[in-house]
Design a protein around this ligand. Structure first.
Ligand code: NAD
Length: 252
């Protein structure tokens, strides 16, 4: 049987790491990519210890040539990429008065254009093969949740929803599905950062205001990504699923 392949950006830690491990357990060949080399190699090692198949490639999603090269490598080795998970992202705290063009551009270059670069690189071969799934990681901040001092992040994450809808419409006739997940408060380096996000104490304090009464774990998001990539989601495209324990539908 042909091996299924998935490439994940920002897969050295957090949601990307959990997603890599989840796909490996389903038998996928997993291309773990990140700017974090040590962490990326550790994920590969963990997957291989569990009997899976993974490869690490250092990849900065702001580098179009490098993104194209990794996708082409997988296509050469395995005939194509079955699933792209565009997960890499940063969420820097920047008050509006300090929001320079450079800070705005960096976040959008990684968080939004990084997703576009991954999709653009994979789409041509997916079209030839008449199959493929592209999944991008947005955020509650891209859908319904206002996050002050993170307006570049919120705009980038909202942009991902438009990217998903446009790509789903354009690529659907060729059998390619494009979907997204929008995580709520998930326990990762991003949310645990005191400087840029809530930090441990504030994060833990949020649990009681979430209908499911806990902070999300990276695996909670990874499993929804896995569902969207699977045949169980064969008639789903253009949608972004909130994975937030009910945070954004809470009343009172
Ligand atoms: N943790 C949350 O509460 C939360 C909520 C909503 C959305 N998200 C989104 O989930 C995704 C994963 O974040 P996480 O929470 O696991 O955070 P994280 O900080 O643990 O992981 C982010 C990953 O992206 C990688 N990355 C950063 N810049 C990169 C670049 N230029 N090229 C390639 N990789 C790069 C990092 O090295 C890291 O591996 C992000 O897009 C994030 O915005 C997270």
């Amino acid at each position: 049987m042909e091996e299924r392949t998935v490439v994940i950006s920002g897969a050295g830690i957090g949601i990307g790491r959990a997603t890599a491990i989840a796909f490996a357990k389903q038998g996928y060949v997993v291309y773990v990519t990140d700017i974090l080399e040590r962490e990326g190699h550790e994920v590969v090692q963990q997957i291989e210890t569990q009997g899976g198949h993974a490869v690490f490639r250092k990849l900065d999603v702001t580098d179009s040539t490098a993104v194209d090269a990794v996708i082409q490598e997988i296509e050469k080795e395995f005939g194509g990429v079955d699933v792209v998970v565009a997960n890499a992202g940063i969420a820097h705290r920047v008050p509006l008065e300090q929001m320079t063009d450079a800070k705005w551009d960096l976040t959008n270059d990684i968080d939004l254009k990084g997703c576009f670069r991954m999709a653009r690189a994979a789409a041509p071969r997916m079209r030839q093969r008449k199959k493929g799934v592209i999944i991008a990681v947005s955020s509650i901040s891209g859908i319904t949740y206002g996050w002050g001092e993170h307006v570049h992040y919120s705009a980038a994450k909202a942009g991902i929803l438009g990217l998903i809808r446009g790509l789903a419409a354009e690529l659907g006739p060729d059998g390619i599905r494009v979907s997204g997940v929008a995580p709520g408060f998930i326990r990762t380096a991003q949310s645990l950062s005191e400087e840029h996000s809530m930090g441990q104490a504030k994060l833990d304090a949020q649990a009681s205001s979430i209908p499911l009464q806990r902070i999300g774990e990276p695996e909670d998001v990874a499993d929804v990504i896995l569902f969207l990539a699977s045949d169980a989601a064969r008639y789903v495209t253009g949608q972004t699923i909130l994975v937030d324990g009910g945070l954004t539908i809470r009343q009172g």
